[in-house]
Design a protein around this ligand. Structure first.
Ligand SMILES: Cc1cc2nc3c(=O)[nH]c(=O)nc-3n(C[C@H](O)[C@H](O)[C@H](O)COP(=O)(O)OP(=O)(O)OC[C@H]3O[C@@H](n4cnc5c(N)ncnc54)[C@H](O)[C@@H]3O)c2cc1C
Ligand code: FES
Ligand code: FES
Length: 503
């Protein structure tokens, strides 16, 4: 008789089959590898996704299926905030699995040759990130690694003693045409068949007072949410993982859509004469960055500075919305793009404009039995005589891997130098990201001239009341927002009161 429920998670680690049961399903991958599997090459430093010491590679069956691949595609993730329950039907490759047939990998050889390690604590993480970069670049048809590639793929790895120059040098010397991808080295029809046989079986695991549900069908997920409205939805766990590790948050019951295959889809749709993307809630930020780049180059550029590759390979767009942070990077853009959030419950489906979704700090317009099932994003209208344009800004303490101090998204159409439409959203200045309706009305029919932007920036002094916190004082945030508007209009920025121009 066919199995109807699975009470274990199925993973492979460096080619070895592993069934995870009981309390282990609630462990983070780094702890599981180090303490339960003796794979101590993976290191832990920050335990919050910031340093990359714990980087490993994973190939996810569900994602490969949705990309139409006949093999697993391996990507780097932070194992310290990746929980085993998020890795069902995944193949994990750790630093112990990187050498090939007992010989050091070309990346490891290059590290030795270039003296790219001192204490060595960060080294396994760097090696895994570089192996992931080589896999990704080869998959995209690249023949070499550029400095830009290295800086981007290594933005999630920190070295405290070697200095990054020898590490970048070690990566730059690689001849990627001679390196076999993990997807080739670890390709195994038995593993894929094993995943395929287990993928249609819902997972239901109980341990003590903790419970995990991984349904394979959305209707089942909706029934569970109706029955247990307090159950915690979990996606990539890049927000929840930090809460679990740092705030000792222990969710009693977890529900994830990770085994609901349709949730990985990005669909290009037409309705009447409008074209839009429909993005499932399991689509990662890295995939969004790649897929929508042509239609929304500005958004893709912004996502380039979202966290690191390791985080973006787990984090989802749905998770960023539901986390409802006032400095969530995607929210200002989605607001001015008038994106729709698709919601479902056993009572039916509905969609809501993102601008109506955030009620207060971390308070959503979402019923207890509802689940986010997708994001619908209308593509910009085809350029006629006036073009739909976006300008997106993120200001943070440093360029890479940092949470924003403020964010700004503007969308406008302009004809003969006069604004026809203008939308503006600001993040980091209120308990939620906020639209600036007064400025939007003011800008209608105004010319693109310095005085227009100066007047609009002055209006901000009364329309926002930011708070002071560790990322910046209220005064600094106001000045940043004003200067972003001036920057957009190519006007010289205001000077900070205590001297020095604000960049
Ligand atoms: C080191 C680090 C750097 C980061 N950098 C950035 C950054 O630059 N910019 C930025 O915006 N964010 C950043 N983040 C935050 C985080 O990565 C994002 O918010 C991410 O998009 C969250 O997605 P997730 O899939 O991991 O969500 P999760 O952590 O799994 O969940 C987040 C919230 O969404 C809810 N949820 C998930 N799925 C659903 C669903 N289907 N229906 C209803 N609710 C749901 C969960 O219950 C939870 O409340 C960073 C995080 C870390 C650890
Ligand atoms: S230990 Fe620092 S990112 Fe995981
Ligand atoms: S070699 Fe010591 S942290 Fe990088």
């Amino acid at each position: 008789m066919a199995q109807t429920t699975r009470h274990y998670l199925l993973m492979y680690i460096n080619g070895e089959r592993v069934e995870v049961r009981g309390e282990e399903i609630f462990l983070d991958l780094a702890t599981f590898l180090r303490r339960r599997r003796g794979l101590t090459g993976t290191k832990v430093v920050c335990a919050e996704g910031d340093c990359g010491a714990c980087t490993v590679l994973i190939g996810r069956y569900q994602e490969s299926q949705n990309l139409g691949l006949s093999y697993l595609h391996f990507e780097a993730i932070n194992s310290c905030i990746a929980f085993l329950h998020a890795l069902d039907l995944s193949h994990v490759i750790t630093i112990e699995g990187i050498p090939d047939n007992g010989r050091l990998h070309a990346v490891q050889e290059s590290f030795i040759k270039n003296h790219a390690a001192q204490c060595g604590y960060c080294t396994p993480g760097f090696i895994c990130s570089i192996v992931g970069m080589v896999d990704a670049l080869k998959g995209e048809g690249h023949r070499s690694i550029s400095m830009k590639n290295m800086q981007s793929y290594l933005s999630g790895n920190l070295c405290r003693c070697t200095g990054h120059a020898p590490i970048l040098h070690a990566a730059s010397e690689l001849n990627i045409s001679k390196i076999a991808r993990l997807s080739e080295r670890y390709h195994d029809a038995h593993i894929l068949n094993d995943f395929a046989a287990n993928a249609p079986i819902p997972v239901d695991i109980e341990f003590g007072d903790q419970h995990l549900y991984l349904p394979v069908d959305l209707n089942e997920a909706l029934k569970l949410k109706a029955e247990f409205p307090d159950i915690k939805m979990i996606a990539g766990a890049t927000d929840l993982g930090v809460l679990i590790n740092k705030d000792r948050y222990v969710p009693k019951a977890l529900l994830s859509l990770q085994n609901v295959l349709e949730q990985y889809k990005v669909q290009d749709r037409h309705e009447d004469r409008n074209e839009f993307f429909e993005i499932g809630t399991r689509v990662t930020i890295n995939r969004v960055e790649k897929i929508i780049g042509q239609a929304f180059p500005e958004f893709s550029k912004l996502l380039h500075f979202f966290a690191s590759h390791q985080i973006k390979n787990m984090a989802t767009l749905g998770g960023n919305l539901a986390n409802a942070s006032p400095v969530g990077d995607t929210i200002p853009f989605l607001m001015v793009a008038e994106a729709e959030i698709e919601l479902a419950s056993v009572r039916g489906r509905r969609s809501m404009n993102v601008n109506e979704f955030f009620l207060d700090y971390k308070k959503l317009n979402l019923a207890p039995d509802e689940i986010i099932t997708g994001i619908k994003l209308a593509k910009p209208t085809k350029p006629t005589d006036s073009k739909d344009q976006f300008r997106l800004y993120k200001v943070s303490g440093r360029k890479d891997l940092d949470i924003a101090t403020v964010t700004m998204a503007a969308r406008f159409t302009i004809k003969d130098g006069i604004f026809e439409k203008f939308s503006l959203a600001l993040g980091g200045v209120a308990p939620t990201v906020v639209r600036q309706r007064a400025i939007e009305s003011f800008m209608q029919k105004k010319p693109w001239r310095p005085d227009t932007f100066i007047q609009a920036s002055e209006m901000l002094a009364t329309s926002i009341q930011p708070i002071s916190d560790v990322r910046g004082s209220a005064e600094y945030r106001l000045l940043l927002c004003q200067n972003l508007l001036l920057k957009m209009g190519d006007v010289r920025p205001k000077w900070a009161r205590h001297g020095g121009a604000v960049p």
